[in-house]
Design a binder for this molecule. Structure first.
Ligand SMILES: [Zn+2]
Length: 239
């Protein structure tokens, strides 16, 4: 199984350290090098691969400095080739690469950016969603359409409910406030809002989440039940 460690970078971004059973080391979306290198050094680790979900600076900004420190492979979305420097492995929906003795696959999830991907480890049941989905929220539509984002959500919700979801930002408290406004009577949202408030008061992360929890409390995945959304029925995007 793959072990995941969360590394806070920049203001509210998360990078992730992945460790496979075979000792392989990966880093997802290093928006900043310093905290990632410091953490790796403290554990006496060197990265074998950097995974990238999309081309935004707060997800790739740390790569050059990391590469200067220790050269490793970079795997990212084939559709963002040219927007991300020196990728060694181009990923798309036909990819079946291995990391840590596991085969991983890729969901193409346009919406936030045109070429955005989510990286999926089915055996360990992990999904790295970048800025497609957040805990109780979703990414802003910078390059894609609401329809594309909706189709991207469909790909995510087709995965097993116990898939653990790791997103690119800690936006959960304001997202939870928004979900509560949309569905004020939803008991699961109310309970989760309290839980999130507690965690954030102690500066603790709210990531990872699970697909089950998101289906229950993320209004963007619940928009099919939009009859109870009242005045928010027409909202299509936010993040
Ligand atoms: Zn982004």
């Amino acid at each position: 199984m793959i072990t995941v460690t969360l590394i806070p970078v920049l203001n509210d971004n998360y990078a992730y350290l992945l460790q496979g059973d075979n000792g392989e080391v990966g880093v997802v979306d290093p928006g900043e090098a310093g905290p990632v290198i410091d953490y790796l050094k403290s554990k006496d680790l060197k990265p074998d691969i950097i995974f990238v979900t999309h081309h935004h600076g707060d997800h790739i900004g740390g790569i050059p400095e990391m590469q200067e420190w220790h050269r490793c492979k970079v795997a990212g979305p084939s559709k963002e080739m040219g927007r991300i420097d020196s990728m060694d492995i181009l990923l798309d929906e036909f990819s079946a690469e291995t990391f840590g003795d596991e085969t991983y696959d890729v969901l193409e999830t346009p919406g936030h950016t045109k070429g955005h991907i989510c990286i999926h480890f089915p055996e360990s049941k992990l999904l790295f969603v970048g800025d497609t989905l957040f805990v109780m929220g979703c990414g802003r539509l910078f390059e894609g359409t609401a329809e594309q984002m909706w189709e991207s959500f469909d790909k995510i919700t087709a995965l097993p409910d116990d898939t653990k979801i790791y997103c690119g930002h800690e936006y959960t408290l304001s997202n939870a406030e928004f979900c509560l406004k949309v569905e004020p009577e939803n008991e699961k949202i109310k309970a989760r809002y309290d839980e999130v408030k507690g965690l954030r008061a102690q500066h603790k992360p709210t990531v990872p989440t699970s697909l089950r929890e998101e289906k229950d409390t993320n209004v963007f995945l619940r928009a099919k039940n939009a009859e109870q959304f009242g005045e928010f029925r027409l909202i299509k995007d936010r993040g």
